[in-house]
Design a protein around this ligand. Structure first.
Ligand SMILES: Cc1cc2nc3c(=O)[nH]c(=O)nc-3n(C[C@H](O)[C@H](O)[C@H](O)COP(=O)(O)OP(=O)(O)OC[C@H]3O[C@@H](n4cnc5c(N)ncnc54)[C@H](O)[C@@H]3O)c2cc1C
Length: 423
């Protein structure tokens, strides 16, 4: 067991930890990154096998290095993990893998923290929690474990043949739920998809990817929604070369769309009568972006081909106009449920006075209320782009700057004390 000192201890060796390390390295700040698994582990083992990045390679990356694939292609999950590992290797990020942080406690009467890890104690002046925007898989307590239905979270789904034979109910129609439902249907499964509120930007429009449009229209930089405002999931996919998520197409392919999943009793699940409204709101989001893109083209005079057919939406399928509001799962042949409803946070290892009643970090752009503690990679940390590969890099830069400012005060204190005592 070892005990040592460092200036900054970064917890987590995903993209956030790597970005943080890069900016600290640039500033010459001594630091250690501690990762309990492998670098970018979540890209390797918490994602399904066929997952590709939601954004094209030219966009979903750090500024300092390109992917080794066509810029318009979508990197596979292993390529993303390899990219991040290589990126960290190139600047010599001081990452210790296979080491878990078990507790962080503020020192009594002196600056800094005592960090307990599975490999000994580390004393650090500053701590950056870079443990991810998506930490604890959420499976709502709706269907009892003994109901005879195989249930798993989207982060534990890897491939269709992992599920028992039979139909699948996918709950949640963000990027994960939609892609998993699509993959299962393509493999011949009977699939039901519970669709909540969502945004669904066009994959591409007028020869530009949606990542471009969100960028030039300032939407990646959209400010963090006010506390309490509901976050709306975004349904996009890079699968099969990248296609717009279109619920009409999914229904045409044989997926039965349902409203938001509700209560379960005696083998029957209820679904909210909100499917048509959710589809309509998603359509409005889609069409709104097309209109904003058109206005941008008109304003800037950029020469992009027109695409009037993108504005034409087909009729709503029968499952939308005449929705199923309750479903006997066994009678429908459903043997599995994939819950694609998101993740919670777990900062039980961090003893700091900076969490709300639900355990979520209280912070401003990642600067916590507990002096010396910082968060990185949170959803909407400073803007919409914060939890994405390219966005976290900019938040890390900001935090490195904040840490440098605080180090300046500490240095002043130290010099002042030395002068006063004549040491
Ligand atoms: C299905 C899916 C697809 C996505 N696709 C894209 C995409 O295409 N493009 C994009 O930009 N973003 C995408 N994202 C969003 C985001 O890029 C990823 O969630 C990414 O993994 C976040 O990186 P991170 O470093 O912030 O956190 P993570 O990757 O979650 O890394 C945190 C690390 O901290 C470690 N850790 C946690 N606790 C401890 C501890 N106590 N001690 C030591 N280590 C610890 C974990 O092992 C983990 O490796 C996707 C997310 C999901 C879920």
């Amino acid at each position: 067991m070892s005990s040592e000192h460092t200036e900054v201890l970064v917890v987590g060796g995903g993209q956030a930890g790597i970005a943080m390390s890069e900016h600290l390295t640039r500033g010459g700040v001594p630091h250690i990154v501690v990762e309990r698994d492998r670098v970018a582990e979540r890209w390797r083992s918490w994602r399904w096998d066929s997952l590709v990045a939601n954004g094209p390679a030219w966009h979903d990356r750090f500024p300092g290095m390109e992917f080794d694939i066509h810029p318009d292609a979508f990197a596979g999950k292993e390529q993303v993990a390899d990219y991040l590992a290589e990126y960290a290797r190139r600047f010599g990020a001081p990452i210790r893998t296979g080491v878990e942080v078990t507790s962080v406690r503020r020192n009594d009467g002196r600056p800094g923290f005592q960090v307990e890890t599975s490999d000994g104690t580390i004393e650090a002046r500053f701590v950056v929690a870079a443990t991810g925007p998506f930490q604890t898989p959420i499976i709502p307590a709706v269907v009892p474990e003994d109901a005879g239905i195989h249930q798993l979270h989207s982060s534990a789904y890897h491939r269709p043949d992992q599920l028992p034979e039979g139909g699948v109910l996918v709950v949640g129609a963000g990027s994960s739920g939609v892609q998993i439902a699509d993959e299962l249907r393509a493999c011949g499964r009977t699939v039901f998809l519970a669709v909540g509120p969502h945004d669904r930007p066009p994959r591409s429009y007028r020869d530009r990817d949606f990542c471009y449009w969100l960028g030039v229209l300032g939407k990646w930089d959209a400010a963090t929604p006010a506390a309490g405002a509901e976050h709306v999931t975004i349904a996009v996919s890079g699968a099969n070369g990248g296609r717009t998520v279109d619920f009409r197409r999914l229904a045409e392919d044989g997926i039965t769309l349902l409203g938001r999943a509700g209560a379960y009793a005696d083998g029957t699940m209820a679904f909210a009568p909100d499917l048509a409204a959710n589809i309509a709101a998603g359509d409005a989001n889609y069409l709104g972006l097309l209109r904003e893109a058109d206005a941008y083209v008109a304003r800037t005079g950029i020469d992009l081909p027109e695409e009037p057919e993108a504005h034409i939406l087909g009729a709503d399928p029968e499952c939308v106009t005449d929705p199923i509001l309750s479903l006997d799962l066994a009678a429908a042949g459903i043997t599995s449920i994939v819950w694609a409803v998101g993740f919670g946070a777990d900062y039980s290892w961090l003893d700091a006075d900076t969490f709300d009643e639900r355990g979520r970090p209280l912070h401003q752009r990642g600067v916590s209320r507990e002096p010396g503690v910082y968060f990185l990679g949170l959803p909407w940390q400073s803007r919409r782009g914060s939890s994405f590969i390219w966005g976290v890099w900019h938040d890390a830069k900001y935090l490195a700057d904040q840490i440098a400012i605080q180090r300046g005060y500490l240095a002043y204190d130290e010099a002042h004390v030395l002068t006063k005592t004549g040491a």
